[in-house]
Each structure stands twice: as structure tokens, then as C-alpha cells.
Design a protein around this ligand. Structure first.
Ligand SMILES: Nc1ncnc2c1ncn2[C@@H]1O[C@H](COP(=O)(O)OP(=O)(O)O)[C@@H](O)[C@H]1O
Ligand SMILES: [Mg+2]
Length: 266
């Protein structure tokens, strides 16, 4: 039975997409897992990296999930570039769809619930959802409504990294209290760590104190140019070069993620 995890926080540029792409790839490549990535961000960055074709050329996308009554997760998933990683791509038209999914439209919050077919739940070990950087928007809400867990990436380079965290947790609480009581924070992933700066080290302590040590993954993703290069070349970092620290970090993280979820979903 698939474990569904949203990678989400309202801040942009903190490593959500990078985490989704590279965790999916490492889970499939090194941990023998079957993974579906759902790109819910209209900016479609994970679709660009994982797709065999550009998001514009994909036969089906997240749009079909929302707009087409006959479509479910299995029908919209296509194979990605990588073995055992499938993709439901995003589409630039999601921007327009997001505007029409206002608060008065019931699709605005639970459109995807009925689309999760048993075929997809059985086929995949993990469904990872790449969320847009917003607070309470329709795509984020739809993702959280169907998720077992969410992961918050927090960059350790910025003194403002924890700013807005309370609002984010509060907006997640609304979903948890009203529609999805199962929704739990799986963990916080520290990203963009630079061991040479005292600021980064101080932020790691601040993040662990804020969330509690048991809620912060032991793996820390370091700032590593190979990660940026892999994104630019539209590749997973472990596909680009397995010797890079970026690959080592995401490989370790995938193993830790698997261990944490196994502990919860025995
Ligand atoms: N660990 C890292 N080291 C170096 N660059 C990174 C790292 N993680 C992400 N990046 C870069 O930072 C930018 C933002 O990352 P991204 O994953 O797109 O964030 P988000 O999805 O939260 O907006 C991208 O240019 C990406 O290549
Ligand atoms: Mg992103």
C-alpha cells in the first residue's frame, strides 16, 4: 500500500523539488522501491527533470486528474526517465486552473480524493507530491488531503528559515482537523547546509530546538554544486555522478526515510 508524502512549505527555493526528484530516484535505484511523483506545482520543475518529454508534450498531466471525470492516478501516470519512477506531470495551465479552484469550489480541496485508485495504491510503495510554494492554495490543500505525511524542507543558510513556520503548521492543522485526521509531519529535512559557516550550524540547532530532535531527519543535505548542475541538466544527482556529496546525501536520506516510514507503517 503506497505511503503518500507531500513535500511542502510556503517558502520557495528551499529544496522541495530537488528533494522530491532525488529522493524518488534514490528510493527506486538503491532501495528497490516503486515511486510515483506527482508534480502539483504549476512551475513544473520536477516534471522538467523527470519527464521523458517536456511537460507540454506529456499525454496526460495533473490537469486531467482535476478536470476529467474518467481519469484517475493510474491513468495519468507515465514512466519517467528513471526505472521504477513514474510521473504525473504538471502543466503550465495549472496556473489558470488554480484560480478557478477558489474557496467556493468543492474541487478546491478534495478533488483528488476520489481519484486515488486501488491500482495506484498497490503499484507504488511511495507517492511523493511536489507542492507549490504557497499557504492554503488549492493544489497544496488537495495534496495534503490525500497524504499520510508531509516533509518540510528547511534551508539552514537563512536566518529567516523558520519564519512563517507557525502559519504553515496552522494551515496544515486545518486540513488535519477537518478532512484528514491521519495527516502527520513525517519530518523536517535540513537543506543547503554549509559546514564552513557558523550561521548554518546555529540554524541547525535552532531548527532542532523548534521542531524537536525526533522530528528532524538525521540526514542533512549539504549545499553542493552537483545538485544545482544536475537540476540544470535535468537529471537526478545520483544519475549525474554517484560520487558527489549531493548523491551521497540524498541516498542516505532515502534510506532514512524508508526506515522512518517502516517504523510507523509496520
Ligand atoms: N543542496 C543544494 N545545493 C545546491 N543547490 C541546491 C540544493 N538544493 C537545491 N538547490 C538549488 O536551489 C534552487 C531551489 O531549489 P528547488 O528544489 O527548486 O526549491 P523549491 O522547490 O523549494 O523552490 C534550485 O536552483 C536548486 O538547483
Ligand atoms: Mg519547487
Amino acid at each position: 500500500m503506497a505511503i503518500i508524502i507531500s513535500v511542502a512549505v510556503q517558502k520557495g527555493g528551499v529544496g522541495k523539488t530537488t528533494t522530491v526528484v532525488n529522493t524518488a530516484h534514490a528510493l527506486a535505484k538503491y532501495e528497490d522501491q516503486h515511486v510515483l511523483v506527482v508534480d502539483m506545482d504549476p512551475q513544473h520543475n520536477s516534471s522538467m527533470v523527470l519527464g521523458k518529454v517536456t511537460p507540454y508534450e506529456q499525454p496526460r498531466s495533473v490537469i486531467n486528474l482535476f478536470e476529467d471525470k474518467t481519469m484517475n492516478f493510474s491513468a495519468c501516470a507515465v514512466p519517467s526517465k528513471y526505472k521504477n519512477v513514474d510521473l504525473i506531470a504538471s502543466h503550465i495551465d495549472l496556473f489558470g486552473l488554480g484560480e478557478s479552484l477558489g474557496p467556493s469550489n468543492p474541487k478546491g480541496i478534495v478533488a483528488l480524493k476520489s481519484k486515488l485508485d486501488s491500482g495506484a495504491l498497490e503499484k507504488y510503495d511511495f507517492i511523493l507530491i511536489d507542492c507549490p510554494p504557497n499557504l492554503g492554495g488549492p493544489f497544496l490543500n488537495n495534496a495534503l488531503v490525500i497524504s499520510d505525511h508531509y516533509i518540510i524542507p528547511v534551508e539552514s543558510e537563512s536566518y529567516f528559515a523558520l519564519k512563517g513556520m507557525q502559519q504553515f503548521q496552522e494551515s496544515v492543522s486545518v486540513i488535519k482537523e477537518t478532512i484528514n485526521p491521519n495527516l502527520e509531519l513525517l519530518g523536517v529535512l535540513i537543506t543547503m547546509f554549509d559546514p564552513r559557516t557558523n550561521a548554518s550550524k546555529a540554524m541547525v540547532d535552532a531548527i532542532r530546538n523548534y521542531f524537536g530532535h525526533s522530528k528532524v531527519f538525521n540526514t542533512i543535505i549539504h549545499r553542493n554544486t552537483a545538485i544545482n548542475k544536475a537540476n540544470m541538466l535535468r537529471q537526478a544527482v545520483c544519475h549525474l555522478d554517484t560520487r558527489t556529496p549531493g548523491c551521497q546525501n540524498y541516498r542516505t536520506f532515502a534510506a532514512e526515510l524508508l526506515e522512518w516510514t517502516k517504523r510507523i507503517h509496520k
